[in-house]
Design a binder for this molecule. Structure first.
Ligand SMILES: [Zn+2]
Length: 133
């Protein structure tokens, strides 16, 4: 939706009060696209548009929206345990990468059993993270 300040170029009726806006009068042109995607215009007297805006603010009161990622719903005591498991997973992942880059593939494969154990443990404290699959 766009709002244009203008001097009226042709006589139209005000959207709010229905009285005509005469040529040369200061007016507000509101242009927008309707649901069918067609361009539409509405015209207002300055005072009428102010009234329209005040009405909008009454109908749409301030409602603060929460920002950021929602905190996981998990009992406070289990939060630390979950963090520990995730830290352990990250450490083992890093260790596995190091072993693979060092060419020690057998040792790297041995770590896989640890990941399974960690997955089992974290199921009880909030579920397995998506990135672990
Ligand atoms: Zn009006």
């Amino acid at each position: 939706m766009n709002i244009h300040l203008q001097h009226q170029a042709r006589t139209v009726d005000c959207r709010n009060c229905g009285d005509p806006i005469r040529i040369g009068e200061q007016s507000i042109r509101q242009s927008y696209h309707n649901f069918a995607g067609k361009s539409r215009m509405r015209f207002y007297h300055l005072a009428c548009f102010l009234q329209y805006m005040m009405q909008w603010y009454v109908e749409n009161p301030f409602a603060p929206t929460p920002r950021g990622r929602r905190a996981m719903v998990i009992p406070e005591g289990l939060r630390q345990e979950r963090a520990n498991i995730i830290a352990s997973y990250s450490y083992n992942m890093k260790r596995k990468r190091e072993l693979i880059s060092g060419g020690e593939f057998e040792k790297a494969e041995m770590l896989d059993s640890k990941f399974d154990i960690l997955k089992e443990r974290i199921k009880g404290v909030g579920g397995v993270p998506k990135s672990w699959n």
